[in-house]
Design a binder for this molecule. Structure first.
Ligand SMILES: [Fe+2]
Ligand SMILES: [Fe+2]
Length: 207
């Protein structure tokens, strides 16, 4: 990985393989659930192209990183994403009352807790091996990754509201009121705080 050898242990490599297979299983049950819901309600509309906003932002971000820093940039994105999904799933679960769905999310949550913890260990492992100049770069890359993960994914809301019959003017009003400056400020702060409180950032002061 990049210019550092890092020396990952065999156990770390095995756990990485477990995470890889976990994510395959998550993709499978998500697709299966989607298929069952579509069949049950006769849904034909596809929203994939409206739901890719986050991945497009990540791609733009990674394309702008010089190749010598690409390893740290990808690692930062993964660390942040695995922690973000954990807190997102946790807050979603609290609002779900249908037991079968709760159970699915609970199982997913257990996997994601393992992933987030794993990447915390990887960050520790990598961090101590970095030279100071790369620690500065990594700090910035983690901040960038947090900001990208906090950005609201408005395209899918635009699409849903259009489908429900709202006009463009009303949609723009709803979105600009929902995702105003205070939303961004509070969301950024919450996410940075949640990373720091988990000590995932190893004393990196992000806020
Ligand atoms: Fe997952
Ligand atoms: Fe994960």
């Amino acid at each position: 990985m990049g210019e550092y050898p890092y020396h990952f242990t065999d156990e770390m490599k095995c756990d990485a393989l477990k995470i890889y297979t976990d994510e395959g299983s998550h993709a499978y049950f998500s697709a299966k659930l989607e298929h069952e819901i579509r069949e049950c309600y006769g849904l034909t509309l596809k929203i994939d192209s409206f739901a890719n906003e986050y991945f497009e932002s990540l791609e733009d971000h990674l394309n702008g990183i010089p190749s010598c820093r690409k390893d740290l940039a990808i690692l930062s994105v993964v660390i942040v994403a695995e922690s973000a999904i954990l807190s997102d799933l946790f807050s979603k679960m609290k609002r779900i009352v249908y037991e079968a769905i709760r159970q699915i999310i609970k199982l997913h949550l257990m996997d994601e807790a393992f992933h987030a913890n794993y990447y915390m260990q990887i960050l520790k492992h990598v961090w101590v091996q970095l030279q100071n100049k790369d620690k500065i770069v990594m700090r910035k890359l983690i901040k960038d990754a947090v900001r990208i993960s906090c950005r609201p994914r408005t395209k899918v809301f635009e699409f849903s509201l259009t489908t429900l019959g709202f006009d463009t003017f009303t949609i723009n009003e709803i979105l600009s009121q929902t995702f105003d400056e205070s939303y961004h400020r509070i969301r950024d702060k919450q996410r940075f705080k949640s990373f720091n409180s988990k000590k995932i950032m190893l004393g990196l002061v992000l806020v």
